[in-house]
Design a protein around this ligand. Structure first.
Ligand code: ATP
Length: 437
């Protein structure tokens, strides 16, 4: 068998799409008479700065001989990739191996490419090692600065990496438009999208009910008309077929790691670094504050009262996360939470959080028992005094705080979801969930 990885064929402006290139490759191989077992849509580290959009790389699993499969992929990139764009740097890797039997170091590379930023040299070095040791027949091709080699090699190793980590793949049915319509407005009946979504509980992120938006329809100039994601490939196909839209050119179902949280490291606050995404436990140490642009920030500390672990990290819910910001604004100092998201410039961009323990009281300046007015400080360490009545109190008092949040997981709405982030409707979380639909 052969596994062909392909990446970085598209540009933000000209609008190719690597999923489309992989779908074409699969068809060309089939037209040659070679079986194609599956096409994987592999989401890599979303924190990578040179991604075009969703940091996707693709792998085609085929019976075609390695040289034929590689030649077909090469011809496709020459033919279709937007190589004139300096930010488009395609890479193709073909290995003569079954997807679950690629060399272990390729699977390890794939696992790391979802969670770290890897240098091109690492991909080149690994392929050179495979050549030198004769472990497996490997072909590679690069265009431009060759950055696409990282994603292409990671795509080749993904299937084995998923199996090694126990990741259950998900599916996406992508429906494409004819080339001549790319760049024009998409004609999709939004009502039919909502109706198809309601009829199928195993698809997710098709619509955003709160925003009234069909999030499965992209706004970019690429060839995707819409994409239906879910746990069951048959349901994805059914929902896709039930949507009323302009005529499609072709469609394909991809096997993916979307909606799995595969990018998250289980970390601790002091070790969190830029360019990675984490699941971190901590205690809220500042009242959430809405800043210019509508972004909401709060600070998180590693351990309550533990001076050995004093690290503080800013957490942010940005404006595009819409109603999620109201949940973040409901947090209070002292809440114990688990936060998930990517760290960049020292700030964690929230994708979801779990309330573990709510602070139900706060320490406040006492009110005068005689007149009810707020007392004033009587001086450092002197407690409080009512200016009018002269009554005194030894210090702050505990007051119950009314809370609207409940224990459990809260998440950004579908319109703000990252491809790789796991929606709460998928289940399997360690606390009650409050899913967004
Ligand atoms: P699209 O969503 O339209 O497919 P994209 O967002 O997938 O585009 P690419 O054009 O594929 O973006 O660009 C991502 C680039 O980053 C590729 O060249 C890929 O090889 C590289 N890359 C991916 N993951 C990593 C990583 N973990 N470390 C370093 N480079 C990476």
């Amino acid at each position: 068998m052969t596994v062909v990885g392909i990446d970085d064929t598209d540009s933000r402006e000209a609008g190719m799409c690597t999923t489309y290139a992989a779908a074409l490759l699969a068809e060309r191989l089939r037209d040659r008479g070679d079986a194609v077992h599956r096409v994987c849509l592999v989401r890599l580290n979303p924190a990578v700065e040179y991604k075009t959009r969703g940091n996707a790389a693709l792998a085609v699993h085929t019976d075609a001989p390695v040289d034929a499969a590689f030649a077909a992929a090469r011809a496709l990139v020459d033919d279709r990739a937007v190589v004139g764009d300096p930010r488009t740097n395609p890479g193709v890797v073909a290995l003569d191996a079954a997807p679950d039997a690629v060399p272990e170091q390729v699977a390890t590379f794939a696992g790391r490419a979802v969670r770290e930023v890897l240098a091109r040299e690492r991909a080149r070095g690994l392929l050179a090692d495979l050549d030198a040791t004769g472990t497996v027949e490997a072909r590679r091709g690069t265009w431009g600065d060759g950055r696409g080699l990282v994603g292409a090699l990671a795509a080749v190793g993904a299937w084995r990496a998923w199996h090694a980590t126990g990741l259950t793949p998900t599916y996406e049915r992508l429906v494409y438009r004819p080339r001549e319509r790319c760049g024009t407005g998409r004609d999709v009946d939004v009502e039919s999208v909502f109706a198809a979504d309601r009829a199928s509980p195993t698809v997710w992120d098709t619509v955003d009910r709160g925003e009234g938006e069909a999030v499965c329809v992209p706004h970019t100039p690429g060839p995707v008309l819409y994409g239906i994601r879910g746990d069951d490939p048959a349901a994805c196909r059914r929902v896709a077929a039930a949507i009323d839209a302009e005529p499609a050119e072709r469609a394909r179902t991809f096997v993916t790691n979307q909606g799995t949280d595969a990018h998250l490291h289980d970390g601790t606050l002091p070790t969190a670094r830029d360019g990675r995404a984490y699941r971190l436990d901590g205690v809220v140490t500042s009242t959430p504050e809405t800043r210019r642009g509508g972004h909401v920030f709060f600070d998180l500390r590693g351990h309550d009262g533990d001076t050995d672990d004093p690290a503080t990290l800013a957490c942010a819910a940005f404006e595009p996360t819409k109603r999620f910001r109201d949940r973040v604004r409901d947090l209070r100092v002292g809440d114990r939470v688990t936060v998930c998201g990517e760290v960049g410039e020292g700030t964690l961009k929230l994708e979801k959080f779990a309330v573990r323990d709510l602070a139900r009281t706060e320490r406040v300046t006492p009110d005068c028992p005689a007149c009810g007015r707020s007392m004033s400080s009587a001086g450092r360490g002197q407690g409080y005094r009512c200016r009018d009545c002269g009554t005194t109190a030894p210090g702050k008092v505990e007051r119950e705080v009314p809370r609207t949040l409940e224990p459990g997981w809260y998440e950004v709405p579908p319109c703000a979801r990252r491809h790789i982030a796991k929606p709460l409707v998928r289940g399997g979380f360690d606390a009650p969930t409050h899913p967004e639909r």
